[in-house]
Design a protein around this ligand. Structure first.
Ligand code: DGT
Ligand code: CA
Ligand code: CA
Ligand code: ZN
Length: 592
């Protein structure tokens, strides 16, 4: 059992206790312990196996330590079973709806008998919710739109979640003797920020036994289909996985087909038809006279044999593209957003890679809400091969994060002077993630801003301002002469929070005018700006900075998600400021 799952179980206990009206201190104890477990870097499973004393962890006492051991050893928690005899488990889902929470959940359950999201939707739709005291028409409205947002966000998995869930499955399949090769196709290979399901392709001459191994994976909850060449399972996380088994000669064609996107494939097949060819998941075939369908659209269901005609290729993706007179196209571009035209003209972009980056320009340390020291972050960045980093702790208005006022910032600078003497081989830039206040002013005095190497600004509060006020707030901040970079510009959290309402085009116009850079926040929950927004920035020649916003050294690795998103936006190294050496980077930023 992973730390995440242990933490989730403890959170479930807290929610159920909270709904049942337990002592708030007891509820908080479970929540705090859940956070400790979630953030702990070592697997608690390993600690339990070693017989380590878990009570040495913050917020973990004798009771909770016992529960963690029970969970690790049995996979179950008797306490949870007892609680769900009193309080339906499905109520936990209600507490996660925007604007609901445990207190309201309790009332909805006791007064209306609501136990599920569906039942709540029905009750709110029928106007029953607004009749309860403490609710009212506005709350009911909010609950309905919250359910809608929740549903929209439930459907797809974040790419990083898919990565985490797929890795052990791939490992499990790779142990199979007859397996020659396996790869993940679909939106996962295109590195889309979320995936609907995961599409695996394998080469093996023993499909049946590979399929058996696939359906026998211990995280499989349900087998939806399982034949010799294709199967679909649902993992216990709710993620669906397709597996297709192919002969080696079809591998390239199948990889191209199942990588998609569908829109991209349609364009490729149209080109094939014009050349008297047929491209299917089995290969590239020359049409026999009269056998070709003039219809170039979707081949699924047109009734003809996808393997008819003389086979002329399909072992590699390059062969498929070459057959339609195109160079190989990187998966991140395969969205029919102009890549076919660019490929035809020999003008595919030379996409930015992880190795092009020379530094990371957003991270937090123990000076605010980060978990590691400046020295540790410097060393970690140096180990990643970077030439520089900017430490960007929060400013004072974010009190909960330990945000810094002037006096604390000065102390940080003094401490940094000393750290620089100890840590060699990497340059430390003085920076700060300065909060943009509601009126667009900045949360640090001008005299201090002037002394920073890089001024990063961002919004962390008042997400609900009317769109025109939010836009003005951002514009005012961008016009401040010391501002260099606008961090996580839309504020969205994938699957959790929509972007705040504002006019992005206008903000980008002002950024372009002021020479301010925009951040591509690489955290896989943010990816902000996203691909389509970055394309808007690219059109305006706005420089982009890819940063992790790491709160611990391990999170610096998440930079790869940012690079992938940048590639989906067609960004070349020249468009990304932190591909440049530090002096060039500083010269390119507007604030002096
Ligand atoms: P997802 O799973 O919603 O994140 O998106 P994809 O792109 O992974 O889509 P998926 O899993 O439905 O199918 C994987 C790929 O297989 C897709 O990108 C293109 C190809 N494909 C699937 N169904 C069709 C189809 O009906 N026609 C064509 N042309 N291609 C298809
Ligand atoms: Ca898929
Ligand atoms: Ca699929
Ligand atoms: Zn931030």
């Amino acid at each position: 059992m992973e730390n995440r799952e242990i933490a989730r179980t403890l959170e479930d206990v807290a929610d159920l206790l909270d709904i049942s009206g337990a002592n708030p201190f007891r509820v908080r104890a479970y929540r705090n312990a859940a956070r400790t477990v979630k953030e702990h870097t070592r697997p608690l499973r390993a600690m339990v196996e070693e017989g380590a004393d878990l009570t040495e962890l913050p917020d973990v006492g004798d009771d909770i330590s016992g529960y963690v051991e029970e969970l690790v050893e049995t996979g179950d928690l008797e306490l949870l079973d007892e609680l769900t005899e009193e309080v339906p488990y499905s109520l936990i889902e209600l507490t996660r709806l925007p604007g609901v929470g445990p207190k309201k959940t309790k009332k909805l359950w006791e007064r209306l008998g609501v136990e599920t999201v569906d039942q709540l939707e029905e009750a709110a739709g029928a106007g029953e919710v607004q009749e309860l005291d403490g609710f009212g028409a506005r709350t009911q409205e909010k609950i309905l739109s919250g359910i809608e947002q929740y549903r929209r966000h439930q459907e797809r998995f974040r790419l990083s979640e898919a990565d985490r869930l797929v890795a052990p499955l791939l490992e499990h399949l790779r142990e199979h003797d007859g397996l020659e090769r396996i790869e993940v196709a679909g939106s996962y290979r295109r590195r889309k920020e979320t995936v609907g399901d995961v599409d695996l392709l394998a080469i093996s001459d023993d499909g049946a036994s590979l399929m058996e191994r696939f359906t026998g994976f211990d995280r499989v909850e349900e087998v939806e289909a399982a034949g010799d060449t294709r199967g679909t399972v649902r993992l216990d996380s709710g993620l669906d996985v397709d597996l297709r088994v192919l002969p080696a000669e079809s591998y390239g064609a199948a990889l191209a087909y199942f990588t998609g996107s569908k829109e991209h494939n349609v364009r490729v097949r149209k080109r094939a038809v014009r050349r008297g060819l047929r491209v299917s998941e089995y290969g590239v075939y020359r049409e026999e006279d009269g056998a070709g369908s003039a219809e170039a659209g979707d081949d699924a269901g047109d009734g003809s044999d996808p393997r008819s005609g003389e086979r002329i290729g399909g072992r590699t993706e390059e062969e498929v593209y070459a057959a339609v007179d195109l160079p190989w196209i990187p998966p991140e571009l395969r969205e029919d957003r102009g890549e076919i035209e660019a490929a035809e003209a020999g003008e595919l972009p030379g996409l930015v890679t992880r190795d092009d980056l020379r530094g990371d320009l957003q991270m937090h340390t123990t000076w605010s809400d980060g978990k590691q020291s400046v020295a540790e972050m410097m060393e970690a960045c140096r180990d990643l091969g970077y030439e520089y980093l900017a430490v960007t702790d929060h400013s004072q208005s974010l009190g909960v994060t330990g945000g810094m006022d002037e006096e604390k910032l000065r102390r940080q600078w003094e401490a940094m002077d000393e750290v620089e003497d100890r840590v060699d081989g990497i340059r430390l830039l003085r920076s700060m993630e300065v909060d943009i206040l509601a009126d667009g002013s900045l949360d640090l005095a001008d005299g201090m801003l002037e002394e920073l190497d890089v001024v990063l600004v961002s919004v962390h509060s008042r997400f609900n301002l009317p769109a025109d006020e939010q836009t003005e707030r951002l514009v005012t901040a961008l016009r401040h002469p010391q501002v260099d970079i606008l961090a996580h510009p839309t504020g969205r959290l994938i699957n959790q929070r929509d972007p705040y309402a504002f006019d992005l085009d206008r903000v980008l116009d002002v950024a372009a005018g002021e020479g301010v850079a925009v951040e591509l926040n690489a955290n896989p929950s943010r990816l902000d700006l996203r691909d389509t927004h970055l394309m808007k920035a690219r059109e305006r020649d706005i420089p982009v900075v890819i940063s992790t916003d790491a709160h611990r050294a391990a999170e610096l690795e998440l930079i790869s998600y940012g690079v992938e998103q940048a590639r989906r936006a067609w960004l070349e190294p020249e468009a990304v400021l932190n591909t440049r050496p530090a002096d060039e980077l500083l010269a390119a930023l507007p604030g002096d």
